[in-house]
Structures are given as C-alpha cells and as structure tokens.
Design a protein around this ligand. Structure first.
Ligand code: ZN
Length: 60
C-alpha cells in the first residue's frame, strides 16, 4: 500500500491536467498533493485504491 513520499498516478487527472500526486500523509485517510498545481486532496483508503493507477516508490 501507499507510503509517505510515494508518487502515484491517478486514473482521472486533476482538473489542472496533472495526474501525478505525492503522498504527504498516510493512515486512515490519505493526503495526496498534486505535483502540478500543489492542490491537496484527502481520500480514505477505499477511494485511494479506486483512484490510483500506478505507484512509484520514491525512497531517498
Ligand atoms: Zn492539480
């Protein structure tokens, strides 16, 4: 499942046109930050599973 600092691609792009998001919080809810416009969305784990198409692990 998602971990902090993973970058995910969503099936539907954000209205700004970006489809890549940085995971900024994990837990019961997930916070994803749009990498193009910086908008943050809060999703529960079911919504995340449905929305995410691809996960890129981004460990540093
Ligand atoms: Zn955006």
């Amino acid at each position: 499942m998602l971990e902090l600092n993973d970058v995910v691609t969503t099936k539907k792009p954000h209205p700004c046109g970006g489809d890549k998001w940085l995971v900024v919080r994990v837990g019961a809810d997930y916070k994803l930050k749009c990498l193009k416009c910086g908008h943050i969305v809060l999703l529960d784990s079911n919504a995340v599973k449905k929305a995410v198409k691809k996960i890129d692990k981004n460990r540093e």
